[in-house]
Design a protein around this ligand. Sequence first.
Ligand code: PXL
Length: 278
Amino acid sequence: MKRILTIQDISCFGKCSLTIALPILSAMGIETVILPTALLSTHTMFKGFTCKDLSDQLIPITDHWKREGITFDAIYTGYLGTEAEIDTVTGIINAFRNENTIVFVDPVMGDNGRLYTGFNEHYAEKNAGLCAIADIIDPNITEAAFLTGIPYREEYTEAYARELLTALAALGTKTPILTGVSLTEGKTGAMGYDADADVFFGYQNDRIQASYHGTGDIFSSVLAGAFVLGIERENALRLAADFTARTIAETMKRAEDPRYGVAFEAAIPSLIHLLKEA
Ligand code: PXL
C-alpha cells in the first residue's frame, strides 16, 4: 500500500484540510499519515474561530518518525498558517524526500482575487519558495497570480492560463496545475504544464453554479492521491474534477450554510467507482 504524509491544519468544524484529506485518501486505498499544524475550532471563514498553533510539535513528531525509520511515497501539503510553518515544512520535506518521493504542494492562501484572512503578499512570496521545491503544485488562479506577481484576472483566455503556468514553472516546480480554469462558457476544470516536455494538458467538465468552502481541498486530495497511485496525469485531472463536481452536486441537494463545507461523504462510493475506471 502506498503511504502519504499530509501536512495541514485540523479545523474541527467546517470540512476542509485534514478532515477532507484523511477520509478521501483513505478511501482511495492510500495509507494516510497526518501532521496537524494547528487546531482550529472552525476554518477561518467563520468569525471568532480559535486557533492553537502546533508548530512546536512538528519537529519532535517528525524526529520520532525518523528514529523509527518511517518513510513516505508522497508528501502533500495544504493550508499552512504562517511563514515560520512554511520554513519548518520545507525542512521536513527535505528530511524525508528521496528520488522517488512525490512532493505535492497546494499553496492554499486565497480565492476570487483575494488572500484569505491572515495572509499577505510577503506570505505569498514565502509560499512561492515552497512551490519551488515541489514536484507538483495546484494553485487556483488567485494563488497563481499572488505566487507569480502576474495580475489576477476575472476574465481570461487560455493564453492567460498558459502565462500563469509558465511563470509557475519558472519558480522551480516541474508540474504546475492551475485549478478553477474556465475556458468556455458553462465549463470549468484544470490546466497543467509539463515543464520538461514543454507540453500543456487539461480537462474541462460542466460547471455547476455553486461555490462551497473546501472544494479546493477535495480536488487536491484526489489529485495527490491519483498521482501517488501512478494514474496518468490527464486521467488524474479528470478523476479529481469529476469527483469534485459530484460532491458539489450532493451538497446542492442539502441547502446548508456554504461554510459548513461539501457533502463529499455522500459521493465517496462514486470516488471508488471512478477510481476503478481511471
Ligand atoms: O480550505 C482551505 C483552508 C484550510 N484550512 C483553514 C482555512 C482554509 C480556507 O479558508 O481557513 C484553517
